[in-house]
Write a protein of this length. Structure first.
Length: 118
């Protein structure tokens, strides 16, 4: 599985962006998909996850009520809708695929930069 993230850019605080992660391969629907981010000088952190069938999703506390993860298995794509963006959301955002819960992520995308200006 190859993952290609896109949709990053520069946005003012309070604005919105939608990230996309397109996957190659026919097994996309068997993976849970997640978004992580890494801010300058900080460690990579988990942002959100959605199960393989899209039935459940989980967000980290700092983005709850603002970010929504979704997927379209017919299009082999996972999305991250980001609303009410804050300067502290500035980071490189990565998508990742996980074959089994609790296991290391199997595949990672190349990252897309989100910059939120104050």
């Amino acid at each position: 599985v190859q993952l290609q993230a896109s949709g990053g850019g520069l946005v003012q605080a309070g604005g919105s962006l939608r990230l996309s992660c397109a996957a190659s391969g026919r097994t996309f629907s068997s993976y849970s998909m997640a978004w992580f981010r890494q801010a300058p000088g900080k460690e990579r952190e988990f942002v959100a996850l959605i199960t393989s069938d899209g039935g459940r999703s989980f967000n980290t506390n700092s983005v709850k009520g603002r970010f929504t993860i979704s997927r379209d298995n017919a299009k082999n794509t996972v999305y991250l809708q980001m609303n009410s963006l804050k300067p502290e959301d500035t980071a490189v955002y990565y998508c990742a695929a996980q074959a089994a819960p609790g296991k290391p992520y199997d595949y990672w995308g190349q990252g897309t930069l989100v910059t939120v200006s104050s």
